[in-house]
Design a protein around this ligand. Structure first.
Ligand SMILES: NC(=O)c1ccc[n+]([C@@H]2O[C@H](COP(=O)([O-])OP(=O)(O)OC[C@H]3O[C@@H](n4cnc5c(N)ncnc54)[C@H](O)[C@@H]3O)[C@@H](O)[C@H]2O)c1
Length: 415
């Protein structure tokens, strides 16, 4: 996305990846990920986009090396910086190049990379932190209309060069030091995750007291100090970023001697939230062994094929452990899901997934599921239970089809 974005702003962009298949795919003009609008952008600016597996090729043509390699969690939950270090190690000494860190890294990474560069006599290389805030599913719009651009550096030429690249977007610019830029990214993701876990806890209380969390969130969100976004209760946040960044920030704090208590709760609430659907099913269906459950959607959110950290992984595993026959459909993420959950029964369509199901669970709010004709669903299911894991369905339409609707935290609605 970064490459296509900068090409669309007029830059020549060289993209380097160690994955030869990915580079081949990109050379053929294919996007290796499902991201609406990205294939069109790649095609439109293909003349300015060059793909290679060879870093020196790219360094001949470019001064700024945006590092966008993965920083997945290690077993301990810290960020794995092996790929970042690989890139740093492969950089030649140079006074005219800069490393610009787009990968999400723990606060302090920039300082330790600058130390390594000094130790190796490569301190001519500049270092800039430029964290990425785009969302999967709306990456193109987020690149072109960012809420802000954050640039952290020590005040050399490279920070100015990065700022100039982003200038045509007219976004608010935060120029700061490297450590603060790194922290902005982690803190922003941790805050969003906290908002989600907060509304999920409110939803759980709503279920006890007969309130409807959708109405509660609406009333809360109209307060400008709170805002309406990230107040949708559901079966927990997923995706690669929130899960790993919240854990990385918690551990970063712990490693530096501070116990970040709030984040421990955010993580625990999210884990439990994914599992609460199982007890909802048990309340409706009793013993789950031998029952058939349909999952509508598997990706961690609509408009992406990303399965990293998806709530469906935990939910499906829990259902299988209870002896449930799980049949699932996702319009885009099936290939990725099959690699992670080969034991699931995959259906080619939503209506085939719900065939003979005792219960149907909306896991990912793809528009085609939200707009499905529930009378068709009711005809195919053998049971009546529909659990709306994202509070995205029209409960009335589900009930009018003769089905039993249950959302998350919709106590009043259920009565
Ligand atoms: N995915 C998002 O929406 C998003 C949003 C904001 C920030 N980020 C951050 O951006 C970074 C990348 O995320 P992603 O989702 O694109 O990860 P990804 O795993 O999908 O892609 C990383 C790519 O880096 C390549 N790579 C690994 N080592 C390399 C090396 N030494 N040289 C060249 N290429 C190498 C891999 O082959 C892979 O293609 C992460 O730190 C992530 O936290 C991602």
């Amino acid at each position: 996305m970064t490459a296509a974005g900068f090409a669309s702003l007029g830059s020549e962009v060289w993209c380097v990846d160690i994955d030869e298949d990915k580079i081949e795919q990109l050379r053929r003009g294919q996007s290796p990920i499902y991201e609406p609008g990205l294939p069109e952008l790649l095609a439109k600016h293909s003349a300015r986009l060059h793909f290679t597996t060879d870093l020196p090729d790219a360094l001949q043509g470019a001064r700024l090396l945006f590092v966008a390699v993965g920083t997945p969690p290690t077993h301990s939950g810290d960020a794995d910086l092996a790929s970042v270090h690989e890139v740093v190690d492969s950089m030649p000494a140079s006074d005219s190049h800069a490393l610009v860190m787009k990968s999400t890294v723990p606060c302090g990474t920039g300082a330790s990379i600058e130390r390594v560069l000094r130790e190796r006599g490569k301190d001519g290389l500049s270092y800039v932190s430029c964290p990425e805030f785009l969302k999967e599913g709306s990456a193109v719009a987020d690149f072109l209309h960012p809420d802000r651009v954050v640039i952290g550096d020590g005040g050399g030429w490279a920070g100015d060069a990065v700022a100039k690249l982003y200038e045509p977007l007219g976004a608010p610019l935060v120029r700061t030091d490297v450590a603060s830029a790194e922290m902005i990214k982690l803190a922003a993701n941790a805050f969003l995750a906290t908002k989600i876990s907060f509304i999920n806890e409110i939803a759980n209380v709503c279920e006890q007291v007969g309130a409807d969390v959708v109405q509660v969130a609406k009333g809360m969100g109209l307060d400008e100090r709170i805002g309406p976004k990230f107040l949708q209760a559901g079966i927990g946040y997923g995706g690669s970023c929130f899960t790993k960044d919240v854990s990385a920030l918690k551990l970063l704090a712990g490693n530096s001697g501070y116990h970040f208590q709030l984040l421990s709760a955010v993580i625990e609430v999210n884990e439990l939230q994914k599992r609460r659907v199982v007890s909802k099913l048990q309340r409706h269906l009793g013993e789950l062994a031998g029952k058939r459950v349909a999952l509508l959607g598997l990706a961690f959110k609509p408009n992406t094929d990303d399965m990293r950290g998806a709530s469906s992984l935990v939910l499906a595993a829990r259902l299988l452990a209870e002896g449930v026959h799980v049949r699932a459909h996702d319009p885009i993420a099936e290939e990725q899901a099959r690699r992670l959950m080969p034991e699931l029964d995959y259906a080619p369509s939503a209506l085939e997934a719900v065939e003979e199901a005792d219960a149907t669970i909306l896991v990912t709010e793809w528009p085609q599921f939200v707009g499905i004709d529930w009378r068709d669903v009711a005809k195919r299911m053998r049971g009546r239970i529909v659990i709306d894991g994202r509070n995205a369905l029209d409960g009335e339409a589900v009930r009018e089809a003769g089905l039993t609707y249950e959302g998350i935290g919709r106590g009043a609605c259920r009565q």
